[in-house]
Design a protein around this ligand. Structure first.
Ligand code: XMP
Length: 490
């Protein structure tokens, strides 16, 4: 025995396919399982799912769709800082009760002019204001219609409804609806104490919010959004924080680098948003960040497009990584996010059993309509591009910072830790999430746990042999119809 042969007495590290949940006595109907959780100390979501901060997965369209469905989108950081802030604002404005950039009309415009303007801006009504911003009236399609043939050069002040029902800044959706019902109207201008227009509440806006009853919203009713920032990007962090980000994610492939931890700590001290630190994959790393992190993200090389483990020889199989980090985080009540490697809903709920509070997925969502990029067709099959943020293409669009690498000189090549790929086109995010959440709830039903915290306590694993693994997939048959949640090629 010696120093190096001792090194070969290695501890076992497991991943998703190595384990299964042990079925337990249950009265829990899967549909009733409550999947709400925390992604960070101060931010709750209604489904325990995040979309990855990757330039082929999450921009504002994905973030809006994720939050409407109850989860959280994390905007990637291959955007310049101003564009990142604008993306945050887009999410925050998406389902606003009070619309802020209100389209207004002048009283002395002609009816024709206003009609054209409203059509161009895609609105069906507009408050009419004077130069001070006082609300003089309101004009809608119903007011305009009788003028279109014969009176289209009449002034707006003629056509508008001049008895306007307004409300103050603190109006609630319920109060606005009551006003609309009482006065048979569809729009309520919001005014400040001096009677100046500050916003608009519309019936259409209220109905849209109702459609997403399970949405993840902040205290002001705006959709939640996460943003990835580099560990040394304090300026970006402050800018997106001021733009309204709820959670910042330190975006680094190896957060147990002490310089990264210093940077993350500085960012945490500079912003109001929660700061999730990652990625890590060991107990020791968790111990070094748990005192200041509002959440810890786990994953060293499990991702579908990752080559970190083969390129660097380093990594941690994901179930063991989650469990090591969660042991430390649970003592301090800090949420854990499992990031990468999830192919099926069963993997996602196993990650929770191993100690995660929520899961982050990239490839699962990259084929949906809401992911950036267009649909391409190869041999008659539809795909969308999906690439690692450590791939050559993604590093050329942004930088190699996530992988702690400097930009190479002109005559040098990148040393990538990811590949560029394509994902089968999948249609809407909503149906993908439906399958993912439904499968996770099914797992909760098998274990007999009605909530995520209860499931984390009650679940147990059994070890699976390779024969057991084969048994667990469809076998000895020819699959004739594709299931919405299982693809044999995955
Ligand atoms: P999935 O398996 O859901 O994984 O597609 C998404 C996660 O993978 C990480 N990621 C990378 N890891 N090289 C890596 O080693 C890369 O180029 C790369 N790009 C993304 C990231 O944590 C993401 O959330």
């Amino acid at each position: 025995r010696g120093q190096f042969t001792d090194k070969l007495r290695v501890p076992e590290a497991l991943t998703f396919d190595d384990v299964l949940l042990r079925p337990k006595e249950s009265r829990v109907e899967p549909d009733e399982a409550d999947v709400s959780t925390r992604v960070s100390t101060n931010v709750e979501v209604n489904v325990p799912i995040l979309s990855a901060a990757m330039d082929t997965v999450t921009e504002s369209e994905m973030a809006i769709a994720m939050a409407r469905q109850g989860g959280l989108g994390v905007l990637h950081r291959n955007l310049d800082v101003d564009e990142a802030a604008a993306e945050v604002e887009r999410v925050k404005r998406a389902d606003e009760l009070v619309i802020r950039d209100v389209v207004t009309a002048d009283p002395d415009q002609t009816v024709r002019e206003v009609d054209t303007m409203m059509e161009r801006k895609g609105v069906s009504g507009a408050p009419v204001t004077d130069e001070e911003g006082d609300v003089l009236g309101i004009i809608s399609g119903t007011d305009i219609r009788p003028y279109l043939e014969v009176g289209e050069s009449d002034e707006v002040r003629e056509a508008m409804t001049d008895e306007v029902v307004t409300a103050g800044e603190d109006v609630t959706a319920r109060e606005a609806l009551e006003l609309m019902y009482e006065h048979k109207i569809e729009r309520v201008p919001i005014v400040d104490d001096d009677g100046h227009l500050t916003g608009l509440v519309t019936m259409q806006g209220i109905l849209q919010r109702r459609e997403y009853g399970n949405a993840a919203r902040d205290e002001g009713g705006h959709l939640r959004v996460g943003v990835a920032v580099g560990p040394f990007e304090t300026d970006r962090a402050v800018t997106v924080d001021e733009a309204g980000a709820d959670v910042l994610f330190i975006d680094c492939a190896h957060a147990h680098n002490l310089n990264v931890i210093d940077g993350a700590r500085e960012i945490q001290e500079s912003v109001e948003a929660d700061v999730v630190v990652g990625n890590v994959g060991t107990r020791e790393a968790a111990e070094d960040v748990v005192d200041f992190a509002d959440g810890i993200k786990v994953g060293i090389g499990p991702g579908s497009i990752c080559t970190t483990r083969v390129v660097s020889g380093a990594g941690m199989p994901q179930i063991t990584a989650i469990a090591e980090v969660a042991d430390v985080a649970a003592d301090e009540d800090v949420p854990v996010i499992a990031d990468g490697g999830i192919r099926y809903s069963g993997d996602a709920i196993k990650a929770i059993a191993a100690g995660a509070d929520a899961v982050m997925l990239g490839s699962y969502f990259a084929g949906t309509d809401e992911a950036p990029g267009r649909v391409i067709t190869v041999d008659g099959k539809k795909y969308k591009q999906y690439r690692g943020m450590g791939s050559v293409g993604a590093m050329q669009s942004g930088d190699g910072d996530r992988y702690l690498k400097d930009e190479p000189d002109e005559d040098e090549e990148y040393v990538p830790e990811g590949v560029e790929a394509a994902e089968p086109y999948k249609g809407s995010l909503e149906s993908e999430l439906h399958q993912l959440v439904g499968g996770m709830q099914s797992g909760m039903g098998y274990v007999g746990a009605e909530t995520i915290p209860a499931f984390k306590q009650r679940s147990e694993f059994v070890r699976v042999s390779s024969a057991g693994q084969t048994e667990g997939h469809p076998h000895d048959v020819m699959i004739t119809d594709e299931a919405p949640n299982y693809s044999p090629s995955e």
